[in-house]
Design a protein around this ligand. Structure first.
Ligand code: T3D
Length: 272
């Protein structure tokens, strides 16, 4: 890894890379250091074969409170926020979306502002029963960013998206589940173990097939049916030539579970 910082931690285990945002006193809000560190860590897990599925979570009681407002005092300085979005938040969302490996957001506590955008950029979102999703932007006179205007419209529809952000709503875990923002809600004490189970299952799945599936579903949000049918044929051709397809069908014919991944370090935990 070319950039090291305490603000982001990474642990590898059983094919899963767990990335933890680590500024708990600020509810893991972003300063520049954490942006640089997270970008480096995401590039590292994208390239590292030890990581076949990725968890993104937060240290302490929060997931991520978006931009660190302690670094923004408009009484002292005028900021070009478009610049921050272009330089940090937009590349971050694209990095997560284009990672090419399944991503699971484990929203262990409050997510606010860009923190919600980061969670929703992941493929699967889990949270605990005490998690809250605080839109936050309107309270400080800003526009939702980090892909949130797009994600919310996709996930909850235009009418609910407008109401959520214009009223600065804070959603409970139950509401987030009801609105389709999260996949499952767990008791806090079980959240991480359930997330690890899910991510490990993903890690042991067919790598290429899952990567192409994620790409196809992401592209479905903007493609026509005609384009999507073409895309499915292209991706299926690619998947059909893979060793995973060979193993999957062979396993079926031999009436045994398919083995797509064997951990080389015996499932031992390692840190980088
Ligand atoms: O600026 C740009 O570059 C543009 C980019 C924008 C992207 C964005 O994300 S804009 C949105 C920024 N985020 C917010 O506006 C959220 C602000 N925080 C809150 O509204 C609330 O803190 C929460 C709803 C997230 C949580 O409320 P609660 O009651 O559970 O916790 P709390 O007591 O408010 O916060 C606990 C601590 O975290 C507290 O510190 P203290 O007093 O114990 O020392 C609080 O100051 C700190 N904290 C929470 N959010 C932030 C933060 N510190 C820095 N930046 C934060 N965003």
């Amino acid at each position: 890894m070319s950039y090291t910082s305490d603000t982001v931690q990474i642990v590898y285990q059983n094919g899963v890379a767990t990335i933890t945002l680590n500024r708990p006193k600020q509810l893991n809000a972003f300063n520049e250091e954490m942006h640089h560190a997270l970008a480096a860590v995401i590039d590292e897990v994208a390239a590292n074969d030890k990581a076949r599925a990725i968890i993104i979570t937060g240290a302490g009681k929060g997931f991520c409170a978006g931009q660190d407002l302690g670094n923004r005092d408009p009484r002292k300085q005028v900021y070009d926020l478009g610049q921050t979005i272009t330089e940090f938040y937009n590349p971050l969302i694209k990095r997560i979306k284009n990672l090419g490996k399944p991503t699971v957001a484990v929203v262990n506590g409050v997510a606010a502002g860009a923190g919600i955008g980061i969670a929703l950029a992941c493929d699967i979102v889990l949270c605990s029963e005490t998690t809250k999703f605080a839109m936050a932007f309107g309270k400080i006179g800003l526009v939702p960013d980090s892909g949130l205007t797009w994600q919310l419209v996709q996930l909850v529809g235009l009418a609910r998206a407008k109401a959520l952000v214009l009223t600065n709503a804070t959603l409970s875990a139950e509401q987030a589940l009801d609105y389709g923002l999260v996949w499952k809600v767990y008791e806090s004490s079980r959240l991480m173990s359930e997330a690890n189970k899910l991510a490990t299952n993903l890690a042991y799945g067919p790598k290429l097939g899952m990567s192409l599936t994620i790409k196809a579903l992401n592209q479905a949000t903007t493609n026509s049916l005609e384009q999507q049918l073409e895309l499915e044929a292209t991706y299926q051709r690619e998947a059909g030539y893979s060793d995973d397809y060979k193993e999957g069908v062979t396993a079926f014919l031999e009436k045994r579970p398919a083995v797509f991944f064997k951990e080389s370090n015996g499932g031992k935990e390692s840190q980088s």
